[in-house]
Design a protein around this ligand. Sequence first.
Ligand code: HEC
Ligand code: HEC
Length: 291
Amino acid sequence: MTNRRSPAIHVAIVFVCGIAASAGTASAETLLERGTYLVRGIAACGDCHTPRDTNGHHIAAMEMAGGYQMDLMPLGKPMTANITPDKETGIGNWTDEQIITAIREGKRPDGTIIGPPMPIAFYRQMSDRDVQAIVAYLRALPPVRNAVAKSVYERPLPPTYGPPVTSVPEVPASDKVAYGAYLAGPLGHCMECHTPMDKGRLDMTRLGAGGREFKGEAGSILISANLTPDKTDGIGEWSDAAVKNAITKNLKPDGSPLVPFMPTEWFAKISGSDLDAIVAYLRSLKPIVSR
Ligand code: HEC
Ligand code: HEC
């Protein structure tokens, strides 16, 4: 589908090396490399923030320029923001701290609240290093001038998503299940889509049980799948390879396509070890029968 364009990586790598070296991690990966891996892969910010052409394909030359309107009626019609470094229509005048607060706390520099479907409840647990890495990626993007209309919400937004997020430590990749949970929640928001809603909120007692409804093509209703290990309703009988093919290729175990709804184009870039961790985490979930 879309061609993902490289931001000015070469220039910026030199710039962020110093920051990465002081981040106290064993990894030799720079912040910008990490941010590129995350944003172009598991985090898939561009699935929402990159506008689409009339065929529904993301416009590569407008990466993160916003203006993609969603229909979440009766909740409203959110419009994604321009998060390129353009100073007038994007976030070029925001400090790193302000961008981090927007991502993890859902609050803009002027104090207003960022509405759904930006998955703030999960982003709150994004580690300091990963949120800094994502900011490094956004900063390296070419600024795109694109004035975006405001979102329309029919219901009041929450006054806050919780207390200020001060510091979130990294989840060690050596703890496979915990790291898989981190990938499927705070980084990849799989659980935002795969957990059902109850009275306008995610029902965390049914984490991963699917059943959330989305508007599909031409007025159809699409229901997210049950990812728990329940053997009949969930993916308990699926092989690891089948689960991975669903994530990275949008395929069912029999090789036929799933309805296109997941950010597959991004998820195709998730590394083998990260996929292993996601599968290990899904296998550790409590089996839940679908409703
Ligand atoms: C599921 C869709 C979705 C995803 C995924 C998503 N966002 Fe958003 N984001 C939105 C919407 C919609 C808004 C505007 C909400 C509003 O108008 O209140 C927004 C607003 C923002 C804002 C505030 C900008 C402004 O000027 O108001 C920032 C910053 C942001 N997103 C960054 C990110 C980053 C970084 C990621 C990936 C880690 C991301 N978003 C992933 C939907 C999404
Ligand atoms: C934007 C919402 C969304 C996100 C984000 C998302 N999914 Fe999905 N996923 C869906 C929907 C909807 C379906 C059902 C598609 C269909 O019925 O054809 C699905 C199907 C699946 C399936 C196939 C299961 C089955 O029984 O058919 C798997 C496995 C899966 N998702 C795993 C994941 C993982 C892991 C992540 C995060 C890396 C993820 N999904 C992120 C919406 C999402």
